[in-house]
Design a protein around this ligand. Structure first.
Ligand code: GLV
Ligand code: MN
Ligand code: MN
Length: 405
């Protein structure tokens, strides 16, 4: 279910996302579960265990949310996101089949925009779910120039009413997410599961270099103000800083040059920057160094450079009680289980502002992700789903601290 033939690309508010929801709706209906999609296109499948429906205490037990995201990067693999949503639904179906009683409801959630492919800002879906959506995001534009507000309108949602419609669910006990590791550590250790300790801090920015266009054949090299050469120098500066700094990851993944003709000196160049570190202060220091270095180079080239910060997220630790719960569940499957920091972003980083959060990582082949060859073995998925199920059952006997956050 993709927007592009021959590759998997699925952005928020795409027909491909609607198709995925239809498929989940069929599964939810077949299992007798309540299915809904909210105004920001987050999918929710709710299970109220049968005894709880009858219980006088039903309003006090709360809600355990489990899931992941259903949007993808461009030319994505098949596991990043959907694996965690399918795993969550599988857990609910198993608990139903066992006739398990729980003192809380379960909600399987498929967040709509974790990758940020459409608007270059991640987590729009989970931010709305958690009641943290900000009105200025309505002005975000996609590549076709459409704003988020216009997209909402085209789907019958009045953007002016969006904020009043965002109601975070009440009584959320916690959020659990199963996700492929997207790195090589579990494969190196030869085990299927790890537990996430924290999600790295990340900043997403857009840099704009402005020089002067001119004739490619007649303008002497010494007189040029070539924005693309300045951008190229900046990209290499970014790479060398990241290579020299332990734990720093920096990526330029999108670039655009204007006027974009082979025989014209580039006047304006924009590129994206995604930069991450597990420790907030290391990320802040790296950004300061980069700003100084790029500005210095641009001054020499007579180029002006503008930084637009699109997103800034601090490092997010997982909840200690849910970490322990997941670790015990994983240990039941495989013995000793490591804690692994996540360099990748996850909706759990947003959900942490609503409730205690925990994440389980499943080994993937060659640590590969954001690539069509991404792969997780069915055996590892089975071990992961079993551990997730055990963790849900453990939350039944010892819920995480309800006073969070
Ligand atoms: C999402 O996968 C991200 O970390 O960018
Ligand atoms: Mn991803
Ligand atoms: Mn993901």
């Amino acid at each position: 279910m993709s927007e592009e033939p021959g590759k998997l690309t699925r952005r928020i508010f795409s027909p491909a996302m609607d198709s995925v929801h239809e498929r989940f709706q069929q599964w939810a209906n077949a299992a007798g579960l309540h299915f809904s999609v909210d105004a920001l296109q987050n999918m929710k499948i709710r299970w109220r265990p049968p005894e709880r429906a009858l219980s006088a205490a039903r309003e006090t037990g709360g809600l355990l949310v489990i899931g992941s995201h259903l949007d993808t990067v461009r030319n994505a693999g098949r596991y990043d996101g959907p694996l965690g949503v399918v795993a969550a639904l599988a857990c609910v179906e198993q608990l139903q089949a066992w006739g398990t009683s729980l003192p809380f409801d379960l909600e399987v959630v498929g967040f709509s925009d974790e990758e940020g492919l459409r608007f270059q800002t991640a987590y729009l879906g989970s931010s709305f779910y958690a009641g943290l959506f900000r009105s200025e995001w309505l002005a975000l534009r996609d590549d076709s120039g459409q704003t988020l507000a216009e997209l909402l309108e085209s789907r019958g949602t009045n953007p002016r009413q969006l904020l009043s419609r965002q109601t975070a669910p009440a009584g959320v006990l916690g959020y659990l997410e199963l996700h492929l590791e997207q790195g090589p550590q579990l494969e190196e250790l030869g085990i299927p599961l790890g537990v996430v300790s924290a999600i790295a801090a990340q900043t997403r920015a857009r840099l704009r270099f402005v020089g002067k266009s001119g004739h490619a054949g007649t303008t002497p090299m010494s007189l040029r103000q070539d924005a693309l050469c300045a951008a190229a120098e900046a990209i290499l500066e970014i790479e060398s800083l990241a290579r020299a700094s332990d734990g720093l990851r920096a990526t330029v993944g999108q670039i655009r040059a204007e006027p974009g003709a082979g025989n014209v000196i580039p006047e304006v160049v924009e590129f994206s920057l995604d930069i991450r570190h597990e420790q907030d202060h290391c990320l802040t220091e790296a950004l300061e160094k980069l700003k100084d270095a790029i500005e210095r180079d641009c001054r020499l080239r007579r180029i002006t450079v503008h930084w637009e910060i699109l997103q800034q997220g601090k490092s997010v630790p997982m909840s200690p009680p849910l970490r322990r719960t997941l670790q015990q569940a994983a240990e039941g499957q495989q013995g000793p289980t490591p804690m692994i920091p996540s360099g990748a972003g996850h909706d759990a980083a947003i959900m942490a502002r609503l409730c205690p959060v925990g994440m389980l990582f499943v080994r993937c082949r060659e640590g590969l992700s954001h690539h069509p060859d991404e792969w997780v073995s069915p055996q590892d998925i089975e071990v992961g789903v079993t551990a997730l199920l055990d963790a849900i059952l453990a939350v039944r006997s010892s819920p995480p601290d309800k006073t969070h956050p």
